[in-house]
Every structure is written in structure tokens, then in C-alpha cells.
Design a protein around this ligand. Structure first.
Ligand code: ADP
Ligand code: MG
Length: 341
């Protein structure tokens, strides 16, 4: 056997295995790019559960003509340039892999126009060497990324796609997760020509609450306790579902660290401990909680999907969260009904 460098498309397809699992993961990567681009409006248009087409359009900063080819290449990012930056990540993306990965397993077109550019340009990558073809196009300020025929060239992956309805539900769920953060951004979701969701931009605490209601239903905020605590450089706030609205699954558990949705064992353990006295082991508390802390105190470069994080002072964060939630539970329940439900 001889050692050889893999063709670009194959290398990107291998990387795609980690981040592009299904249409919902494409939507997540594209919407995160729009958020990083500072968009205030994002529209997601889906055809046939994303099997056929996923389009994400934003009014963000755009990509200049000179850089649009690079945007589609692997390890090309505008969000990171030194090892030092890696310790202070304040964007959702930084790996420079999503567009290259997606374009290796689907037909991807990026059309973009920055504010200081008179015309838009469109880029498409194809073939084994993923040559990028750039042509002039029409587009308002911002960016559209269209992804068609996901996994058309990787039949083994295509086989794992579920029905259009199931894939759409995953997209819907993914967008709820994103819409519960980034409140000032308006997010619209259209499926098969029908506008199904419109999460309106929210700028005041009342509007935040309305946004959470529009994502999780009015019942959620009505049956929750608001929480807001500031401790040194930590800010911890959000909504804690009352014990009566705890569920038999973890569907209503949303936790954000500096705006990024995470699923972290340490955090879940802290929350579970706080509820231990009032909730049965098999019942899951509902919550939408946000932890904000200086970005050099948390490492998000743990896994390609970035769902896990590592806190530099893990024990301290764990105990802080447990303490604040326990205090809310005690004050609301007045110690009296601290009995398992
Ligand atoms: P990453 O987000 O990790 O940097 P991506 O492959 O997702 O990697 O994107 C590559 C680059 O393309 C980004 O760093 C950014 O400069 C540019 N880009 C992608 N999507 C957009 C967008 N919607 N608006 C502006 N720039 C974008
Ligand atoms: Mg990205």
C-alpha cells in the first residue's frame, strides 16, 4: 500500500461525516453562519423535508468577491487566525469546515453581496478537486446559501435519511433551539411553499418572554419561574419550569453558554441535583437557561458539532448553577412542598 494525500472531495466527505448528519445539521451550520455574519433577518426555505432543497438567506455582512472561493474551501475561516484566538472564541463557527463539508455531499451555491460591493457573486464547488466556479449574480446585501440534493453522491448516507416529515421535524426542532437564543434576530421558516414559523425579533425582556412563548408555547412561560443572577463575571438567567410541568423526556431542556446551545453532563448534573429533592429520578425538569461568561473561561473546541464544552473552572460553575437553582426552588416552594412529585 502506498500513502497518498486524499482528493479534496474525499477528505471533505470524511469531515462531513462528523457534522452533516441530516438536513437539520445543514440548517444548523448555515443559520449559525448567518448569525455570525451579524444578520438581523434570516429566512429558511425548505423543500421536501430538506431532501430536495435547503435555502438560507440573510442580510448579514456578506462575502466579498475576492473571498467567495475561499469561503467554500476547507480550513478557511474569517473567524480565527491565531492560536490565541482559539482561546477566545466568540462566534458560533471557527473550524472553517461546514461549507466545504456540505458542498462535498450536496450541490451547494453561495450567492453574496457585501455592503461595499455593487454586484453580487455566486460560487459553486464541484468535482473531485472541488474547483470553485464564480459567476456574477443578482442579490441584495447579504448572503444566500442553497443546498440541493443532499447526499446525492454518497448513497450510503442517503439511505439513512428518514421521511420528509421526520427530517422536517428535526429542522423545526433545530430552529427552535436557535430561536431561543439570538433574540434580536428575526427567523422565518417556510416548508413546501408555506410559511410555518416566524420568530419575531425581540429587544426587551417582555419581548424575550414573548419569543420564548412563540417557540415553546404560552404554557411554558406561564408555568415557569424567571431567574436572573449576576455573580462576578457570570450572568445566569432564564426560565425554570415549575415541577408540575416536568416531563417524561428531555425535550424541554435548553441550556445556552454564551448563546450557543449545549448539552453538557456537568450542567445537567448540577440542575438534576437542585431538583433532586422534589422530582422523581425519571422525570425531567423543563428549562430555558442562559449562562454568560468571559469566552476565555470556556473551551468550545471539544467536538466538531460543538455541543460539548469544557469550563476552565468546572467545579465552580457546577456549584454556582446548583446553588442558584436551589435558591429559586426554595424561595418559590417556601421549603414546604419539598416532596418528590
Ligand atoms: P466557519 O463558520 O467555521 O468559519 P464555514 O465553512 O461555515 O466555516 O464558513 C466559512 C467562511 O465563509 C466563514 O468564516 C465566513 O467568512 C464565510 N461565510 C459563510 N457563511 C456566511 C454568511 N452567511 N455570511 C457571511 N459570511 C459567510
Ligand atoms: Mg460555519
Amino acid at each position: 500500500m502506498t500513502i497518498q494525500i486524499l482528493p479534496a472531495q474525499l477528505a471533505n466527505q470524511i469531515a462531513a461525516g462528523e457534522v452533516v448528519e441530516r438536513p437539520a445539521s445543514v440548517v444548523k451550520e448555515l443559520v449559525e453562519n448567518s448569525l455570525d455574519a451579524g444578520a438581523s433577518e434570516i429566512e429558511i426555505v425548505i423543500d421536501r423535508g430538506g431532501h430536495k432543497r435547503i435555502l438560507v438567506r440573510d442580510n448579514g455582512c456578506g462575502v466579498a468577491e475576492a473571498e467567495i472561493t475561499l469561503a467554500l474551501s476547507r480550513h478557511a475561516t474569517s473567524k480565527l487566525s491565531s492560536q490565541d484566538d482559539l482561546a477566545h472564541i466568540d462566534t458560533l463557527g471557527f473550524r472553517g469546515e461546514a461549507l466545504a463539508s456540505i458542498s462535498s455531499v450536496a450541490r451547494l451555491t453561495m450567492t453574496s453581496r457585501p455592503m461595499d460591493q455593487e454586484n453580487a457573486w455566486q460560487a459553486q464547488a464541484s468535482g473531485r478537486d472541488m474547483t470553485v466556479v464564480v459567476t456574477p449574480a443578482a442579490h441584495p446585501i447579504g448572503t444566500s446559501v442553497e443546498v440541493q440534493d443532499l447526499f446525492f453522491n454518497t448513497p450510503a448516507r442517503r439511505k439513512f435519511l428518514r421521511s420528509e416529515k421526520t427530517e422536517f421535524n428535526h429542522i423545526d426542532e433545530q430552529l427552535k433551539r436557535l430561536a431561543l437564543s439570538y433574540y434580536p434576530v428575526s427567523i422565518k421558516l417556510t416548508h413546501n411553499g408555506k410559511l410555518l414559523r416566524h420568530y419575531r425579533a425581540a429587544k426587551t425582556p417582555e419581548q424575550f418572554e414573548r419569543r420564548v412563548s412563540s417557540v415553546l408555547g404560552k404554557g411554558f412561560t406561564e408555568q415557569s419561574w424567571a431567574l436572573d443572577n449576576q455573580h462576578q463575571s457570570l450572568h445566569f438567567w432564564g426560565w425554570l419550569g415549575r415541577p408540575e410541568v416536568a416531563r417524561s423526556n428531555s425535550d424541554h431542556q435548553y441550556f445556552y453558554v454564551n448563546g450557543r446551545a449545549i448539552r453538557d453532563k456537568l450542567i445537567l448534573h448540577a440542575i438534576r441535583q437542585s431538583f433532586a429533592a422534589i422530582l422523581d429520578e425519571h422525570v425531567y425538569p423543563s428549562f430555558v437557561l442562559y449562562l454568560e461568561l468571559p469566552c476565555d473561561q470556556v473551551d468550545v473546541n471539544v467536538h466538531p458539532t460543538k455541543h460539548e464544552v469544557r469550563f476552565h473552572q468546572a467545579r465552580l460553575i457546577h456549584d454556582y448553577i446548583q446553588k442558584i437553582i436551589s435558591e429559586v426552588l426554595h424561595s418559590q416552594l417556601d421549603g414546604a412542598d419539598l416532596q418528590p412529585i
